[in-house]
Design a protein around this ligand. Structure first.
Ligand code: GDD
Ligand code: MN
Length: 361
């Protein structure tokens, strides 16, 4: 009988797979378990290796995602792809101590809905991290604890176990952005009465390969919190898209002034150069910030830039058309302009979401 599924998100972890499987085998033995790797098309062939092993061992499975990135969304899709009544999430680089799994399972059997592998509970530790990593982790931990209702020592943990029931109750409201899948679940379950317990563990050094966390984790963490707070009212992607649009307007004005006044070109030329510069900047920022999970690279980047510029030009025509129509029909000039800007912004967002970054949520 399948009791426990261990979902492991991977990106370039091929050198860790075999050792990880041996450790799981050694700790879990004859418990009914499976391990489900969710790989985002790693260039190092992690998925190929996993499938190769899976041919000989049906407890090993692979969910291969293409054109997608993201630790949280990988975990969500992995959890949904298993039939097990109990699910664990664990990193694929041996930093999470697999010997904590039987203790976590015992907690679930005693009645817990969620068990968190904690580095900050008595008996746990973070291992050797550099100062900035420690600071980032601490910042996240403190803010995470502050907004949660339950006392949780390590809301940033990527190592936890839960009952399928809890997944089913929360999965439709998860944000799925960034790295913090545990916090996402805990915040979604904030108003439910659930039993959470912790098992301390020592966070080990990475076995092989390198970390995929970069400076962007802070940004993604902010997006997760924003989505949890206001996502019901405004899509957070639309919000970042609009903020970037605002930055684009400032850049437009700066370039316009420089080309018109500084270089002495005519207005039409200066306005075109400014519009072009603003669009390139907006596209670049949106590609990095708004659509990080489906970031375009190389040829796709160039094609994306083209479709973005076409879409935004249509947006600009709509903007001018609508505001002029309203203005000529006795709408106050500011309101007319604002209406044009709003319609243009909605159009740009909708059109580029579809054509440039392909139907993202
Ligand atoms: N499928 C998929 N897609 N997997 C990913 C992606 C992705 O975009 N990015 C990272 N992973 C996988 C890695 O291959 C690894 O197995 C696991 O997710 C954790 O990634 P690391 O790059 O090793 O992260 P870390 O060790 O720096 O951070 C870990 O510890 C933090 C605790 O402070 C993660 O568990 C974080 O979630 C956790 O908060
Ligand atoms: Mn790691």
């Amino acid at each position: 009988m399948l009791r426990l599924s261990i979902v492991i998100p991977t990106f370039n972890e091929s050198q860790n797979v075999q050792k990880l499987l041996r450790s799981l085998e050694a700790t879990l033995g004859s418990t009914g378990w499976e391990v489900l790797f969710v790989d985002d098309d790693s260039p190092d062939g992690t998925a190929i290796l996993v499938r190769d092993i899976a041919q000989r061992d049906p407890r090993v499975r692979c969910l291969h995602r293409i054109g997608r990135r993201g630790l949280s969304s990988a975990c969500i899709e992995g959890m949904l792809a298993t039939a097990a009544p109990i699910i664990a999430v664990m990193d694929g680089d041996l930093q999470h101590d697999e010997t904590a799994l039987p203790k976590m399972l015992a907690e679930i059997e005693k009645g817990a809905d969620m068990v968190i592998g904690s580095r900050y509970a008595p008996g746990g530790s973070t291992g050797d991290w550099d100062k900035s990593r420690q600071a980032i982790s601490q910042l996240g931990t403190v803010t995470g604890r502050a907004i949660l209702r339950q006392p949780v020592s390590d809301p940033m943990s990527g190592f936890f176990m839960l009952r399928r029931k809890l997944l089913d109750a929360t999965v439709r409201d998860l944000s799925g952005v960034g790295f913090k899948i545990l916090l996402d679940i805990l915040l979604t379950a904030r108003h439910m009465s659930i039993c959470i317990t912790e098992v301390p563990y020592h966070f080990r050094g990475r076995f092989a390969g390198e970390s995929k966390l970069d400076e962007m984790v802070v940004w993604e963490y902010g997006i997760l919190l924003a989505d949890k707070l206001i996502g019901r009212f405004v899509p957070v992607r639309f919000l970042t898209f609009s903020i970037i649009g605002g930055v684009g307007v400032l850049v437009h004005m700066a370039v316009l002034t420089a080309v018109l006044k500084g270089l002495g070109f005519g207005f039409a030329t200066a306005q075109s150069v400014a519009a072009g510069a603003a669009m390139i900047l907006n596209f670049t920022l949106n590609n990095i910030l708004t659509y990080r999970d489906r970031r375009l690279k190389r040829w796709a980047w160039l094609k994306g830039l083209f479709s973005f510029m076409v879409a935004c030009s249509i947006g600009a025509v709509a903007n001018v058309g609508i505001s002029t129509y309203l203005f000529e029909n006795r709408t106050q000039w500011m309101l007319a302009a604002l209406a044009g800007v709003l319609v243009g912004a909605f159009w740009n967002y909708a059109a580029t979401q579809f054509y440039t970054w392909g139907n993202a949520k």
